[in-house]
Ligand binder design. Structure first.
Ligand code: ADP
Ligand code: MG
Length: 302
């Protein structure tokens, strides 16, 4: 999944702990084999090639979750933006911004409503369409790994796939899991802490993955409404909810929507909270959703 995965399991029996951790890692690779857009033999790649295919129940589940995120965000979240991701990826190699016509042509392939599903058959309504699940597959993998780990006789666990985190039970010292939210501009500094109690958090930050083109910094998240990388002063979005797939997809959606519409969306959703950090003229601004009780800010940042 292009990221480092860490699993922590707390329990009384070493052998049980070891088996739980191994099961978690195996589950994550299993999902990667289905949903990776880069592994040429993944089920997703084969669907992208064929344009129509019977797919597994799991792949269908994630595609349906993606559709829901698209509907919630009015299309800001859209897994069909793969052709645009590829276009910008090539632009990096040539170090030239794609021309407007090329962007517009590619944009015409991007539309989540053009993924047609009937039972377990999926069909792209336009030739050349392609799906990328990079914005939510990690969250799904974390959830699934945790489901397996939970079935062992353990006291607590934490799964972290590059900032997509889910925790259950307690830490070794009996306290709740505490997650630091990184300061988006200063290494080794955290801006605040959240406690997880059988819940999840995912953070999308512009400092983790971005690319330079002609001396300008571009986000790896694409705005499917314009065809250009998202550009709205957001430097980091953390979303909290009961499951990691929801957190992952909404963090990406908010990065596209921007601060105002992003917070509006979160306020409409029950049991989901967010911390958005923007930068304007060099100044960071923190925006919390109204129910964000779990967040303790570093005093200097509050
Ligand atoms: P990260 O945790 O690495 O920041 P994200 O969850 O933010 O990852 O997802 C970013 C990935 O999602 C991109 O690398 C790309 O594959 C895909 N993507 C980019 N833009 C969108 C979008 N508007 N909707 C859905 N997926 C997107
Ligand atoms: Mg995401």
């Amino acid at each position: 999944m292009g990221t480092e995965v860490n699993i922590i399991v707390v329990g009384n029996n070493r052998a049980v702990i070891r088996s739980a951790v191994q099961a978690g890692f195996r589950e994550i690779s299993r999902i990667e084999d289905i949903m990776s857009a880069y592994k040429p033999n993944s089920e997703l790649c084969s669907l992208n090639k064929a344009g129509e295919q019977e797919i597994s129940r799991e792949l269908l589940y994630v595609i349906n979750k993606a559709r829901y995120a698209s509907e919630l965000s009015n299309g800001a979240f859209d897994i069909t933006c793969k052709p645009l991701i590829d276009l910008w990826h090539n632009a990096r190699k040539t170090n030239e911004v794609p021309d407007t016509q090329n962007i517009l042509n590619t944009l015409s392939l991007v539309e989540y409503r053009n993924i047609l599903t009937k039972n377990n058959n999926v069909k792209f309504n336009k030739a050349g369409m392609k799906i990328d699940l990079g914005a939510l597959a990690k969250g799904y993998a974390v959830d699934m790994a945790m489901e397996l780990i939970k079935s062992y006789d353990i006291k607590g666990a934490l799964v972290d796939a590059g900032g997509d985190i889910r925790a259950i039970g307690k830490r070794e010292d009996g306290k709740l899991w505490e997650i630091g939210i990184k300061h988006p501009r200063e290494r080794n500094r955290i801006i605040g802490l959240v406690n997880l109690e059988n819940s999840a958090v995912a953070t999308s930050g512009d400092y983790e993955r971005f690319f330079m083109l002609n001396g300008r910094r571009y986000s790896h998240i694409i705005d499917p409404r314009t065809g250009y990388p998202a550009d709205n002063q957001i430097v980091s979005v953390s979303v909290l909810s009961s499951n990691c797939l929801t957190c992952d997809s909404l963090a990406t959606a908010i990065t596209v929507l921007g601060e105002k519409r992003g917070i509006e969306l979160i306020e409409k959703l029950k049991g989901i909270e967010a911390l958005i950090i923007t930068i304007k003229g060099g100044n960071l601004k923190l925006i919390k959703s109204s129910g964000m009780m779990q967040l303790v800010l570093n005093r200097e940042n509050s």
